[in-house]
Design a protein around this ligand. Structure first.
Ligand SMILES: [Zn+2]
Ligand SMILES: [Zn+2]
Length: 415
């Protein structure tokens, strides 16, 4: 009798590491097949019709409650364990990029000009694999796991809603009420078998902006009879770098990049308008607000000094910095250490890339981890968002194990 009580207590208080490991390993071939299927059929943001349907069908086959479509093409899958308890979400993004695949691999993209160059095919396969592993253990699962398959992380066609924000708007974090959320990304800076975490920011905020400098067209030989927006635009480009380097505390990471300048029609005619487009990044919401205000002031001031006008507008709402909750991260790093081995679990520095996972992590405590996929010996070193990007597929069973273990640990321990 006493032994039974002890066994029952142990079953509740421990994550079934061995079972999760065995189940993830047994899925290896299926995970590779799923990832390659999705890789061969990449779809852009808000157009993930095939991918979303594939995910929804798989989740239904596993016996999950499925909501589809959510946020245009996304899927919410709910796995209720036999034991009552907490609610944790695992989020995978499902969209691809407008990049032509250059890899000569059997699973090469069949959609010209579109490629899973950010590893979202792997994120999707891993989340599906975690759903399968955890459904096998459903009779012992001490709580609920919500799987969020999110469209349009990379952006969406102009004028359309989408991404994490729309998932939230359509109730992805409600009913059941999600109490913590886990996210993952492939990371070619880390070797296969390594995983990275951080407390606080792991990705930057990102805001896309457009500046329009107004001019007045005239013959280039008589500039005083018009208004030349080109030198004003040039001065704005320089002045904005001074905002970054002189006006914000050097201790705060930030980037401001102007990636596009358009203006003018002919070499000897003053342009009537110059348009500049760029991105700004920070790791701190306060710095994000500050840099936006200072950029607006600087643009206005430079334009006024030259008797012209310039406007600034932000495209959509942008992303906040992606913040890892300190308590949640501390509670779950031991889970990563059990899966990867202590020496392969690395505290990493935040990157200035951005992630709309930030929107989820603003509402509930989040942990976002980076899974190593680099394998120099096999030539897998290309950065994300490139024609050559690929992953070491050993990450798939390992990733499944990691996500299932993290979820289970959270259900037992909370934060
Ligand atoms: Zn990306
Ligand atoms: Zn990505």
């Amino acid at each position: 009798m006493l032994l039974e009580i002890v066994l029952a207590a142990t079953a509740v208080s421990l994550t079934p590491d061995a079972e999760i490991q065995a189940a993830a390993a047994s899925l290896r071939a299926a995970l590779v097949a799923t990832r390659r299927d999705i890789h061969q059929h990449p779809e852009l943001g808000n157009r993930e019709v095939r991918t979303g349907t594939l995910v929804a069908d798989r989740l239904r086959a596993l016996g999950l409650e499925v909501r589809h479509p959510v946020a245009k093409t996304g899927v919410v899958g709910i796995l209720r364990g036999a034991r009552p308890g907490r609610v944790v979400a695992i989020r995978a993004d499902i969209d691809a990029l407008p990049i032509q695949e250059r890899n000569e691999v059997p699973y090469r993209s069949e959609n010209p000009g579109v490629k899973h160059a950010c590893g979202h095919d792997a994120h999707t396969a891993i989340a599906l694999g975690a759903a399968e592993v955890l459904s096998r253990l459903k009779p012992r699962l001490p709580g609920t796991v919500v799987f969020l398959f999110q469209p349009a992380e990379e952006g969406r066609p102009e004028g359309e809603e989408g991404g994490a924000g729309l998932m939230i708007k359509e109730g992805a974090l409600d009913d059941p009420k999600v109490e913590a959320i886990l996210g993952l990304h492939m990371d070619p800076f880390l070797d296969i078998g390594q995983v990275g975490w951080s407390i606080g920011p792991i990705f930057a905020s990102s805001d896309t902006f457009v500046i329009e400098v107004e001019g007045k067209r005239t013959h280039g030989a008589y500039p005083h009879t018009g208004l030349d927006p080109i030198p004003v635009a040039a001065e704005i480009v320089q002045a904005l770098q001074l905002v970054v380097s002189r006006q914000i505390d050097a201790q705060n990471p930030k980037v401001l990049t102007i990636g596009e300048i358009h203006g003018g029609n002919r070499f000897n005619i003053l342009a009537d308008r110059v348009t500049l487009k760029g991105t700004m990044r920070t790791l701190d919401p306060a710095v994000r607000r500050e840099i936006k205000e200072r950029v607006a002031r600087t643009i206005k001031g430079v334009a006024e000094a030259h008797g012209t006008t310039a406007s600034l507008r932000f495209v959509d709402e942008g992303n906040s910095p992606t913040m890892n909750d300190a308590a949640l991260t501390r509670a779950l790093v031991p889970a990563l250490q059990r899966v990867y081995g202590k020496e392969h679990v690395l505290e990493v520095r935040p990157q200035m890339g951005a992630e709309d996972f930030a929107a989820f992590a603003e509402r509930v405590p989040g942990l976002y981890i980076k899974m190593g996929i680099r394998n120099e010996a096999r030539g897998i070193t290309a950065p994300i968002h490139t024609e050559d990007f690929d992953i070491d597929e050993d990450v798939l069973p390992l990733g499944v194990r990691a996500m299932a273990t993290l979820a289970w640990d959270y259900l037992i321990r909370g934060r």
